[in-house]
Design a protein. Sequence first.
Length: 167
Amino acid sequence: MAGFGDQPMGIKQIKIKVGAVVKELPAGITLKFKEKVISARGRGGDRLVALASVPDGVEWEMGSLGVPLEAYAMMTGLTVDTTGTTPNQIKTLSSSDSNRYPYFDIYGKSLGVGADDIHVHIINAKLTEGMDAPYEDGKFTNSGFKGEALDWELVQNETAATLPADA
């Protein structure tokens, strides 16, 4: 039998954090990351004599049902403008070529096969591509985001836990 946290299933929750501000994606669908590695080969005497490999950050992707304007604004350094009052509110997010994308953290939670869970923390992330949000006939729009990050951590909990309050 596997140890706790060894067999995560699905993605239960995804949160974005910039500074002290935290925003949960309304319906997270995907969170994945791939470690990047720099490798070198040392040759001499007509053969391979040394190998070196060191970590070099991560590439990440995440997806969400719908278009989470506030979360995307946090990832891009933009601001959502809200006008009107209920039931006639209007939210607008406009592009800008003068803003700079900020660092942010990504937190994800996946449930285990028992009472366990696993938390994924992608640290100092930045977008490297703009949001991908296809609008198609007869389908909900799923937004996609891609980027790179400086670090990551995985936390396995024997008993499922909530994501940290500040995440």
